[in-house]
Design a protein around this ligand. Structure first.
Ligand code: CUA
Length: 152
């Protein structure tokens, strides 16, 4: 019947969309795996086990965790270096106001809310340098808030 034909057509369209999105990610040499949020007391961030001394930690053969503090008006650490063919989970929080953590030219983009931990897992296939920018207005030097992810 026609109803079945429409159903099949709709399915084909959906699969097509997913394929397009997947291709878009792979084409950048980047793929997002997971996206979730936890909570944290903003007043304790500077004494926090990971966020007090943020940086990259190796947790598996090709797996890394990158702890980042987004704060007025910089990222700490400002340069995040990870190897190629790695899977990196970023954990980003803010001790002050709302920022974002956005890799220029990719779909990696998360809002960073004080007291919340934004996390996302990204696969980096090839050596490349990504700019990190803040897309949320956070005050006087918002436009200077930049960092770098170096895949080496
Ligand atoms: Cu931080 Cu805009």
């Amino acid at each position: 019947t026609y109803e079945k034909l429409w159903l099949v057509a709709a399915m084909v369209l959906i699969v097509g969309f997913i394929a397009t999105i997947t291709y878009g990610s792979v084409g950048l040499g980047i793929a997002m795996v997971d996206d979730s949020e936890d909570t944290l007391d903003p007043n304790e961030i500077n004494d926090h086990e990971q966020f007090g001394d943020p940086g990259v930690v190796q947790v598996g053969e090709n797996e890394y965790e990158a702890y980042v503090r987004a704060q007025t008006w910089t990222y700490n650490p400002n340069t995040i270096e990870v190897p190629e063919n790695s899977e990196v989970t970023f954990y980003v929080t803010s001790p002050d106001v709302i920022h974002s953590f956005s890799l220029v030219g990719t779909n990696v983009n998360t809002m960073v809310i004080p007291g919340e931990v934004s996390s996302m897992t990204v696969e980096f296939d090839e050596p490349r340098e990504y700019g990190v920018v803040c897309n949320e207005y956070c005050g006087q030097y918002h436009h200077d808030m930049e960092g770098t992810v170096e895949v080496v």
